[in-house]
Design a protein around this ligand. Structure first.
Ligand SMILES: [Fe+2]
Ligand SMILES: [Fe+2]
Length: 236
């Protein structure tokens, strides 16, 4: 999908969202995402990851433990927009280059672009959530914490295997290289970080389920890569 084609993404909006207002923001966000590409990620990743995080965030808001934490009256729109925007200016995988904070760039973009479509208060809350998405200090608004958890989730599970496969393929590496990464210390470190930092129990449960699924998928890939005719039950 071309990064600027947002019509399919707009079809995912909840029915109570004002499609016209979101369409304007999606068009602007797609333009910003298309202006640069994160190395090691597919074209459009900055927008598509954001869209998935928006959807995950909305699902998290429906979980009883998140609802009990006291999200504000604009939480659904704030979480969606913050999810969409949070990584639009992420130049690298992992840490930002010195002197750059991609979260701050997203916050400034939100402050400049959103008030005209959604009002100043929503713009302010989205900017705050975007700014905080890569910072773990508390207190932080529930909306920012939901964004943090949704963002973590979008890196694990079947998605984790796909991201590793894409990264390896882009470097002319093979299946064994992707599997070595997935089962190696670097990915184990990312997994530990996610488990240590996830905020809500419901998000933790989803993260743990994703990790179990990815483990099973990796074991299956390992078995198939060795040319096994009938992998045993323990690999699926
Ligand atoms: Fe980020
Ligand atoms: Fe992200």
């Amino acid at each position: 999908m071309a990064p600027t084609d947002v019509s399919r993404l707009l079809d995912d909006l909840p029915p109570d969202f004002d499609r016209q207002r979101f369409a304007a923001v999606y068009a602007e966000a797609a333009g910003a995402a298309a202006a640069a590409r994160t190395p090691g990620r597919e074209p459009g990743y900055r927008l598509l990851h954001g869209h998935r995080v928006a959807r995950l965030g909305l699902e998290l808001l429906d979980q009883p433990d998140v609802a009990a934490a006291g999200p504000g009256p604009h939480a659904r729109i704030v979480v969606w927009l913050a999810g969409l925007i949070h990584d639009l200016f992420k130049e690298t995988l992992g840490a930002d280059p010195p002197g750059t904070d991609h979260a701050d760039l997203a916050a400034r973009w939100a402050e400049a672009r959103l008030p005209g479509h959604f009002g100043g208060e929503v713009g302010r809350q989205v900017a705050e959530a975007c700014y905080l998405h890569n910072k773990r200090h508390l207190p932080a608004p529930v909306e920012a914490q939901v964004l943090q958890d949704a963002d973590l989730l979008d890196h694990f599970g079947a998605q984790e295997v796909w991201l590793a496969a894409y990264y390896s393929g882009a470097r002319n590496q093979g299946l064994d290289d992707g599997l070595a990464y997935l089962t190696g210390p670097r990915n184990a470190g990312w997994r530990r970080y996610a488990l240590d930092h996830v905020r809500f129990d419901s998000a933790r449960a989803s993260l743990q389920e994703r990790l179990r699924y990815a483990d099973a998928l990796v074991r299956r890939l390992e078995a198939e890569s060795r040319g096994r005719l009938w992998p045993s039950g323990d690999v699926w």
